[in-house]
Design a protein around this ligand. Structure first.
Ligand code: NDP
Ligand code: 8X3
Length: 253
């Protein structure tokens, strides 16, 4: 039996790892990407053993357009039958106001969250066009729906993901490709550790006093979205911790 194939960017931690695990548990073969090769290889080994599926780890930096296309062009015909692409790789860096903003942080966010998502999509949608089938799931954020103090550039990149998801939905419909955006609120992953540049005390504070979302919550929701019948598309899903009614309010105990 041929297994369906998913591709998940940013699968070396957090949402991407949980999503890759879920696809593997459901019997899908998965292409997993990220920069941390060792983590990808370890995940591939584990899932191949426990789920008896095939996992293809591919390491590249989504900010490097050439590396993205070279790595993806190296993928064999057999693996190009990707039915679901999850554009998940992304990050926030810093929480300064714009007047105190760090130009390098801004560049990292814009290059990863917007340009990286575009580079991957531009390549993979060619395969979907050839197959006249596919589903792209972009991981946006509540930060792409409403801004919060200190969110500025990160929010702007996620507003861009919101816009690009709408654009893709219109442009890819002739190819039979569905597009879903999932926009989560606060979820406990390595996200805040990255945002605060390794300061674990600051990162842990983000999740104190309430129950944040987990990576598995996102994987669960994504699995629901990609298993709807062909005639149904969930365009946009906002998923929040119950204790977080909007991007900047938390009910803490
Ligand atoms: P993590 O930091 O745990 O995971 C981020 C993933 O993105 C890692 O696998 C990382 O892999 C990958 N990544 C980052 N930069 C690059 C790059 N330049 N090239 C390739 N891969 C890259 O965070 P989350 O799982 O929380 O984040 C996943 C997505 O969810 C992001 O887009 C984030 O903006 C979004 N999000 C997160 C929320 C949260 O509260 N956690 C809420 C809403 C949205 P590696 O370092 O190996 O390259
Ligand atoms: C991540 C959630 O609210 O920290 O996108 O920006 S938030």
């Amino acid at each position: 039996m041929t297994r369906p194939i998913a591709m998940v960017t940013g699968a070396s931690s957090g949402f991407g790892e949980a999503i890759a695990r879920r696809f593997a548990q459901e019997g899908w073969n998965v292409i997993i990407t990220g920069r941390r090769t060792e983590r990808l290889q370890a995940l591939a080994n584990e899932l191949e053993q426990s789920c008896e599926v095939s996992i293809l780890p591919v390491s590249f930096d989504v900010r490097d357009a050439k590396a993205v296309s070279t790595s993806l062009n190296d993928i064999s015909e057999e693996w190009r039958k990707v039915e679901v692409l999850v554009n998940n790789a992304g990050l926030a860096v810093g929480r300064n106001s714009i007047d105190k903003g760090d130009l390098e942080d801004w560049g990292r966010m814009i290059d990863t969250n917007i340009k990286g998502l575009l580079y991957v999509t531009r390549n993979v949608v060619q395969w979907m066009k050839a197959n006249q089938l596919g589903h792209i799931v972009n991981i946006g954020s509540i930060a792409g729906k409403e801004v919060y103090n200190g969110g500025n550039v990160y929010c702007a990149t996620k507003f861009a993901v919101d816009a690009l998801s709408k654009a893709m939905r219109v442009e890819f419909i002739p190819y039979g490709v569905k597009v879903t955006q999932i926009a989560p609120g606060a979820a406990e992953t390595e996200f805040s550790l990255v945002r605060f540049k390794g300061d674990s005390e600051k990162a842990n504070q983000v999740y104190q006093g309430y129950k944040a979302l987990t990576a598995e919550d996102i994987a669960d929701t994504l699995w629901f979205a990609v298993t709807r019948p062909a005639h149904v598309c969930l365009n946009d899903i906002v998923i929040m911790p119950s204790a977080q009614p909007n991007s900047y309010t938390f009910q803490k105990n």
